[in-house]
Design a protein around this ligand. Structure first.
Ligand code: BJW
Ligand code: ZN
Length: 251
């Protein structure tokens, strides 16, 4: 039985007046589609060590192991569908005049749900790039005998995601920071807010005057600092917000 979700009068007022809205999304948004999160019970980092799979040093030590782990995750991701949380976020983009979705997710489910105004902070698992020359590659043969497949320059291909110790895409981070500084309403949804610099965005928004709302199944590092904590599943809570907006003439 889902919890009854109630929005505070202040949040309702902000939802009706805000023009500049930012949503930061994390793995919890895709959990209801059947994609594992990282740090929950049963999450990826419980079964696998990030230092063996999600750092440049790990790839240099064992490129085949890392490539195959990502191939396994890609296959799972390609078999699932966006859930009501993704759909609600895509709706919100159409409702607010200035909107930005800042996602840490690499699974493409926001795009599949129709989100267009988004930046990917940690890349996208469906793209590859060369570990040596960094060129993005879209045309390698997946059945290539070489694992990982090779770039024309001779370097190994790797997934175009951001590993620990790597810089985030500069443009994406800049856009995310600028939008957070200007936001009137900021949502942090389904993220443990433990990984930086993404985790600094809610604080940036709050310090610049935004009303910060967290939607999560549990409390996180940022919970004590937010203006409103909506405890519950993203796929149940976000549709309640969209319904409220629609009931009040925002479509
Ligand atoms: C629900 C729900 C439902 C569940 N509804 N909610 C010491 C050494 C080296 C580096 C560092 C260091 N100290 C700090 C750093 C920096 C480091 C960092 O932050 N580390 C911390 C972990 C300590 N950051 C970096 O290295 C970044 N780069 C950088 O900073 O460059 C400059 C620099 C370089 C070198 C040194 C220092 C600075 C890069 C970070 C890259 C993160 N990459 C990953 C993997 C991506 C590719 C892949 O998918 O394999 O990104 S790690 C993983 O964590 C992934 C995620 O995007 C990211 C965040 O996780 P997320 O989304 O929050 O998921 P979870 O599982 O943590 O949380 C899920 C939440 O959902 C939970 O709260 C649940 O309760 C909730 N939930 N179901 C709503 N239905
Ligand atoms: Zn190359």
């Amino acid at each position: 039985m889902p919890n009854r979700i109630s929005l505070s009068p202040t949040l309702e007022e902000k939802l009706l007046s805000a023009k500049k809205v930012v949503i930061l999304s994390g793995a919890g948004v895709s959990a209801e589609s059947g994609i594992s999160t990282f740090r929950d019970k049963g999450g990826l980092w419980e079964k696998f060590k990030p230092e063996d799979l999600a750092t440049p040093a790990a790839f240099q030590r064992n490129p085949k192991l890392v490539w195959e782990w990502y191939a396994y995750r890609r296959k799972k991701i390609q078999s699932v569908k966006p859930n009501p949380a993704h759909v609600a976020i895509a709706r919100m983009e159409k409702i607010f005049p200035e909107f930005l979705l800042v996602t840490q997710n690499v699974d493409n489910l926001h795009q599949k749900a129709g989100s267009k105004k988004l930046v990917e902070l940690h890349g996208n698992i469906n793209r590859n790039k060369c570990f040596s020359c960094e060129k993005i590659s879209s045309n390698f043969k997946p059945d290539s005998k070489t694992v990982p497949p090779l770039c024309p320059c001779g370097g190994y291909l790797r997934p175009d995601v951001v590993w620990f110790g790597e810089l985030l895409p500069e443009n994406a981070l800049e856009l995310a920071q600028r939008a957070s500084l200007e936001a009137e309403l900021f949502f942090s949804v389904g993220t443990s807010a433990l990984v930086y610099p993404a985790a600094s965005l809610p604080f940036l928004a709050k310090e610049a005057g935004a009303f910060v709302v967290e939607i999560n199944t549990g409390e996180t590092e940022i919970s004590p600092a937010v203006d409103e904590l909506l405890l519950g599943k993203a796929g149940e809570t976000l549709p309640v917000i969209v319904e409220f907006l629609k009931r009040n003439g925002k479509k």
